[in-house]
Design a protein around this ligand. Sequence first.
Ligand SMILES: [Mn+2]
Length: 367
Amino acid sequence: MITPLKLERAELPDSGRIIAISDVHGNLPYLEGLLRKLELRDGDTLVFVGDTMEKGPQSLDTLRFLMDLDKKRRCLFVLGNCDYWYDGEDCSLPCTDWYVKDYLLSNSMGQGPGLLAQMCERIGFKITPSLDMDSLRRALGAAFPEEFRFLGRMPQLIETEHYVFVHGGIPEGGPGDWDGWDLMKNDNFMGQGRKFSKWVIVGHWPVMLYREDITDAKPRIDRESRIISIDGGCVLKDDGQLNALIIPQNGSEDFSYTWYDPFPVRRVKSAQAGSERSIYVRWGDNKVEILRRGPEFSRVRHVRTGYELDVLTKYLYGESGVVKCNDCTDYVLPLAAGDEVSVVEATGRGYLVKHDGVSGWYFGELE
Ligand SMILES: [Mn+2]
């Protein structure tokens, strides 16, 4: 598939914060929660770094929310691989036949019905295996012209004086060598050993995937490569969060961040020491051998590393013998009495909590 390249240059205002958010994935409550937490001011510029849709439950509503927000505030948008529905020059039409069919019929993009499926449902267009693409295009094009125009205007990359915003990453070589798709879907961008003169701000690759020992959902700011990766695993990870990278003003490197997740915040009563050794078992590398199955926890061995840990039995899925395990960690968080944590899960042994974006166990009592 050849995806036309669409690059843009933009000027950012001299004052006001620049706030980058990526990978909302149709999770409107997280986005609303994050925007509330940010206490937006008139001078702020919001940059949405792609994948606002798909995988989560509310793609169409999220898109419309952003279209509305764009009318009220200064917003910039770049396309992610999950926002891309166009093929070739004619931006009034959703993407190629095979892509749309595959997506609509098999739900291959993820867990929930995505944007096009929600649009079909909204107008009562029935999706069947004999789906006629021309009538689908006519129906969606007629019912959602503004939505497609809005998406069709988005570039894959926005370059400013000091920062570059791109969903996946910047491919090797120069624009003459690039396909638009490689800017949107560029896996493990921070792990490629690249360096840049401007700050490159990306989403796409959930940041926790950059560590194998702990689950850390905070934005990763690498001053050496000048890459900032901000996807906190919203929708994709049960304990994920929606991050906002905050640049206090144009040209600044004094980055900060905040995030939203829905977990209740509590205080820990007693201090505990952190574990010296831990593992983060993640999707794609989650084959485990069950050593002892228990009602709440089971002892397993992570197949690739041989590491042994206890996991919640409900996280195990697949055939008997070597099975797979939902994302999890055995990391024990270092905590001081009075620390605030958000409680992801209460179990018979202790609490799975998050502290400063890091997930782990707390075995004491909560206030
Ligand atoms: Mn993506």
